[in-house]
Design a protein around this ligand. Structure first.
Ligand code: F6R
Length: 325
């Protein structure tokens, strides 16, 4: 599943993006493994108002604010994303597309929309580098981002994985997976770039290891979740494992929260360890944290004897919904 990740970042760095108009805001629509590219873009392009929309229909405010709308769907057929794009075209907004084909890819060609077709044949979540990279290149083309960080992300992830999957991230992920085996995983991170990586960890453990996982973001978690680890602590301590994602660039007020929060959490969960971001650009930080989560999810799948690739529950649900009258 990670064989092409480094090449995906390189592919995105090398493409020539289409011309894209600059508007006062950007709305990125997408679900699941495609939608997370919006979260990546929002965290990296933090000087720009980027709104990520994971659901049906154009939000009502968009007709007034008139953002650039970017529809992202690897299959090109996800109904929520298509409904946003249809509404945006209907409202006369500027729309760009990132898709691996499907109906959204066909619509982009038919309507001559700025479009980055991504290479196909993967599970959407395994196309993380293509999708995030393509969205960032669109933001760069529109003038929102001066430097995407894609080249650095490729270099950092390549070093972490090693030439024969023998890099430092692989050993770290195996250790963490050992501590998390049989447990519900909670991934704790600070707001911004690390929080997006934590969400990627959660979804990768869900889909690859077919296991429960949740993410928790500081400082917000210190205002509610932190209270919830005591009452059933003696039970949950055996069943919940926590990983903290850290970033040397995290501001002091966030850094100061980790130790006390983890101490509180330890009442009801076992702390498996910390992972530190690598590189210097925001994207390299995000990619370096995310790739360890990818590896942990694959190690957990291996330990549990499950095939990480198919996501039958998602396919079955999509099928049932299309069959509804
Ligand atoms: C499957 C996956 C899912 C899909 C989601 C939306 O690997 O990660 O979360 O990404 O169901 O489908 P697409 O990406 O085709 O729009």
């Amino acid at each position: 599943m990670l064989e092409t990740l480094v090449d995906q970042y390189r592919w995105a760095a090398a493409i020539t993006p289409p011309e894209v108009p600059s508007r006062s805001a950007v709305l990125i629509a997408g679900m699941g493994g495609s939608g997370i590219s919006g979260d990546v873009a929002a965290a990296v392009a933090s000087d720009t108002p980027v709104f990520v929309h994971k659901g049906y229909r154009l939000p009502r405010w968009a007709a007034r604010l008139r953002p650039l709308v970017i529809g992202v769907s690897y299959s090109g057929n996800t109904e929520e994303t298509r409904s946003v794009v249809d509404d945006a075209l209907e409202a006369g907004l500027d729309v760009a597309v990132v898709a691996g084909g499907g109906r959204l890819g066909a619509l982009a060609v038919e309507r001559d929309l700025p479009n980055i077709p991504v290479p196909t044949g993967l599970q959407p979540r395994a196309a993380f580098g293509y999708l995030s990279g393509a969205v960032l290149r669109l933001l760069e083309a529109a003038g929102y981002v001066a430097e995407t960080g894609l080249d650095e992300a490729a270099t950092v992830v390549s070093t972490l994985l090693g030439t024969a999957m023998d890099g430092p991230a692989v050993a770290l992920a195996d250790d963490l997976a050992g501590a998390l085996r049989g447990r519900i995983v909670v991934v704790l991170a600070g707001q911004g770039v690390p929080a997006v990586a934590a969400y990627r960890w959660k979804t990768q453990i869900n889909e690859n290891a077919k296991a429960s996982a949740f993410h928790s973001v500081l400082p917000e978690a210190d205002h509610n979740e932190i209270v919830g680890w005591s009452t059933w602590g003696s039970a949950t301590r055996n069943w919940v494992g926590v990983v903290a994602l850290r970033d040397r660039h995290e501001p002091d007020h966030l850094a100061a929260r980790f130790d006390p929060t983890l101490e509180q959490l330890a009442q009801g969960a076992s702390v498996a360890g910390e992972v530190w971001a690598q590189g210097s650009s925001p994207l390299a930080h995000l990619a370096s944290l995310a790739v360890v989560g990818d590896l942990v999810s694959l190690a957990l799948a291996r330990d549990a004897g499950v095939d990480p690739v198919p996501v039958e529950a998602i396919e079955t649900l999509k099928q049932r919904l299309t069959e509804q009258p």
